[in-house]
Design a protein around this ligand. Structure first.
Ligand code: S3P
Length: 746
């Protein structure tokens, strides 16, 4: 900024409290304006501001400050806004931007309209979501907005360029800018900021009024202190905020009061189920707050999710490890446990973001779920008809499995629902489930092209159908079988090739019969599920990274414990063995209806092969790392019949080919597969994983045979299926470092 023109020539900041002062200081610190001029009705503040270096110049009046300014920032108490606007109006240049920093936007807009007669095109209401319980210019802090959000609520008539200019100012102060409507802003803030302040003020006041107040305050521990910190905020400011956002605040107070009353009754009636349900739902929501909510509605981008892996050549791969629980089985354990009668206990549950999204969604539908605690989960089943309407859309993060299976289940409920997901999930095809569900009588709306969000109308009576699946998809099959539990008559699905059968096995485990006749699975509607115990095996899809790693890295010898060996998931083992891998299966056993074994894998010379097409659905998630095995093998590997890979979390054929190319490995991409000539040297370089967890982990494995460092970008989603990947990989001999924030891979 310093070698070119500053963004604004002259910024007038009216009101030099904490926010006005901090913004002035941040603008100066970051060279965003030629001059920052300040004015405040408390005469000593501007002088102090100049002395502290917060502003460049002191104005004697609002009129003097505004004259000649190209940006005017109103940072006065909400209730003083109208008077100040009267003074601004005659001297405000038509080209200047007028903005504010108040916590309520409807009242600001009403004040502007009252004074100007309309909402002029140069007015952009704003609200930085930053602050502290401190007040006054002495507390001004140029860092106050760094890594905070600023909401702008421009009307339709505001030129785009002006919004961009004001956004650039806030971004220059370190903030992230979001835009939304005035009404939505006020609703959101009433719930997330105004209500908590009201409760804090009220609680402290109530306790301070008690006779024993001294003792209460003396003995008040961390909880009281944490909870009530904001009760030390500026009373006048908050008085103004509540009165000016009256309608939205009253709505949220009513809602809260109803919920508080319900808790009161639950305590009075010794109603443990309700108490446990509310507390465990709240605990989970709080714990997964930033992860789960960051993808929602009004937050479009999450810069904190940028995670990069840097991987050095490493190896050999040795040790004795257990990878996290199977993702497919974890999802299903929550779904069927929730619909069962009784309490289902799950061990080995995958605490990854995808299965946690499923868990949270069932909590949102009124199911009490304890845990997860080191993979242990207790689900208080509500029975097949016991789900309740969620309060809002169910956010399913990155998980295609969740969205497709939920659609079947929700199509049959008495309530409406909406399913949303992150950027990747929002691009994935849902017509493949919506179409056959519609044939059963469901009413489902998708976005254009059959993409999410899915809006599902409740209260429809479903009728069983027979469906010949055009693609081999366990998700589609499972979706229809789940809908079939509620449908009148028989629902049967024929698959063109075998796909994973966890839904069928687990339904049987819950006492619900699934009829199997070669390629067709059928259920009759109207039955019940009975709670059971589930021991989730380690995920073969996560083990696959280590099967390849130990195969391609010389001198390796690794044991993988308790790996799920379901025959419909064995493609990766079959393909690797065909390529010459040395994989030994030890101690095969059946646990909870699923085959499990320990695997020992040692380094081997791999050779390229024509991958048998019947193995494609059986190894559908393992191809990214199989491509790495192919690149390290002698000779040519050819994959055909795998166009499904193009609609996974990313286009896995293209993204893998691009990543290999970035490392100097040429491949030939076809519509339904790829040709890889093994033995080309793998170089160093940077690979974009496109937010696809399996691509990120596959290239981490490639490092074992690379000439130098591989940098892999956009890796946060590794946490969807494999929490703790970096740590476990390092334990075996890979040299991966993650430079992102914790959370991606804790
Ligand atoms: C899954 C089925 C597969 C797989 C996905 C999980 C499941 O998808 O890719 O990761 O749990 O049913 P498709 O069945 O759509 O191929």
């Amino acid at each position: 900024m310093s070698d070119s023109q500053p963004l604004f020539k002259r910024v007038a900041v009216i009101g030099l409290g904490l926010i006005g002062g901090s913004l002035a200081a941040a603008i100066r610190r970051n060279g965003l304006a030629g001059t920052v001029i300040g004015v405040d009705k408390r005469h000593e503040e501007p002088a102090l501001g100049k002395q502290l270096g917060v502003i460049d110049e002191v104005a004697g009046s609002v009129e003097e400050a505004v004259t000649g300014a190209d940006l005017v920032v109103l940072a006065v108490p909400v209730k003083a806004t109208r008077d100040v606007l009267q003074k601004i109006r005659p001297v405000l240049s038509p080209d200047a931007i007028l903005t504010d920093v108040g916590s309520t936007k409807t009242s600001f807009v009403n004040d502007v309209k009252a004074v100007f007669g309309e909402l002029p095109a140069n007015v952009i209401p704003g609200h930085p979501i930053a602050g502290s319980e401190k007040s006054g210019i002495r507390a001004a802090n140029p860092e106050l907005f760094a890594n905070h959000k600023v909401i702008l609520t421009p009307g339709d008539v505001v030129p785009e360029a002006q919004v961009r200019k004001l956004s650039a100012l806030w971004e220059g102060c370190g903030a992230t800018v979001l835009t939304m409507s005035v009404a939505y802003h006020d609703e959101v803030l009433a719930a997330t900021s105004h209500l908590p302040h009201l409760i804090a003020f009220s609680l402290v006041d109530t306790l301070a009024g008690e006779d024993e107040n001294l003792d209460i305050f003396r003995y008040a521990a961390g909880g009281f202190r944490d909870f009530t910190r904001i009760a030390a905020s500026d009373p006048v400011m908050w008085h103004d905020i509540f009165l000016s956002n009256k309608d939205a605040v009253l709505r949220v107070i009513d809602h809260f009061s109803r919920d508080l009353d319900r808790l009161r009754s639950a305590i009075a009636d010794q109603d443990s189920a309700t108490l446990l349900q509310v507390f465990s739902r709240a605990k989970a929501a709080r714990e997964h707050f930033s992860k789960m909510l960051s993808g929602q509605a009004y937050v479009t981008k999450n810069p904190q999710k940028q995670v990069t892996f840097r991987v050095q050549p490493g190896g050999p791969i040795t040790g004795d490890i257990r990878v996290p629980g199977d993702k497919s089985i974890s999802h299903r354990s929550i779904m069927l446990g929730a619909l069962a009668d009784g309490i289902t206990e799950v061990k080995g549950f995958l605490e990854g973001e995808d299965s946690l999204a499923t868990l949270q969604a069932f909590r949102d539908m009124g199911v009490t779920i304890e845990g997860p605690n080191h993979g242990y989960v207790r689900i208080h089943g509500v029975g097949i008809r016991g789900l309740q309407a969620p309060r809002g859309p169910l956010y399913l993060g990155n998980s295609g499995t969740a969205m497709r299976l939920f659609s079947g289940l929700l199509a049959a409920q008495s309530f409406d629902s909406e399913l949303t997901g992150d950027e990747s999930l929002s691009k994935r095809p849902m017509g493949r489930v919506a179409d056959p569900l519609r044939a059963m009588g469901a009413i489902i709306e998708t976005a254009e092209g059959g993409k999410p969000p899915l809006k599902i109308r409740g209260g429809q009576a479903l009728t069983g159908i027979h469906y010949d699946m055009p693609v081999a998809s366990a998700q589609v099959k499972s979706c229809l079988l789940l809908a079939g539990l509620y449908a009148d008559g028989l629902t049967s699905v024929t698959e063109p090739a075998p796909t994973r059968d966890h839904t069928e096995r687990m339904l049987e485990g819950f006492g619900y019969h699934v009829h199997r006749d070669s390629a067709t699975a059928s259920v009759a509607g109207g039955g019940q599920l009975t709670a059971t115990e589930i021991d989730v095996p380690a995920d073969i899809s996560s083990a696959a990274f280590f099967l390849v790693a130990a195969s391609i890295s010389p001198e390796s010898d690794l044991i993988l414990r308790h790996v799920g060996m379901n025959p419909t998931r064995m493609g990766v083992v079959t393909i690797l063995r065909k390529m010459g891998a040395d994989i030994e299966v030890l101690d095969e056993r059946i646990i909870g209806g699923e085959p499990v074994a320990d695997l020992r894998v040692r380094s081997a010379e791999l050779s390229g092969i024509d991958i048998p097409e019947d193995q494609v659905p059986l190894a559908i998630d393992e191809f990214p790392v199989l491509f790495i095995a192919a690149a390290c093998a002698k000779g040519r590997t050819v994959l055909r019949g795998a166009e499904e890979l193009r609609v996974k979390e990313s286009d896995r054929i293209q993204v893998m080919a691009d990543g290999l190319e970035a490392l100097g490995v040429e491949t030939t991409v076809t519509q339904d597969g790829i040709v890889i000539d093994g033995g080309q040297p793998i170089g160093q370089g940077r690979v974009n994983s496109h937010g696809d967890h399996r691509i990120a982990m596959a290239f981490s494995v490639a490092s074992l045979r690379a000439g130098g460092e591989i940098e892999i970008t956009d890796c946060a989603n590794v946490a969807t299926s494999f929490p703790g990947f970096v740590e476990l990989a390092c334990k075996t001999g890979l040299k991966v470092e993650s430079d992102g924030p914790e959370g991606a891979d804790e």
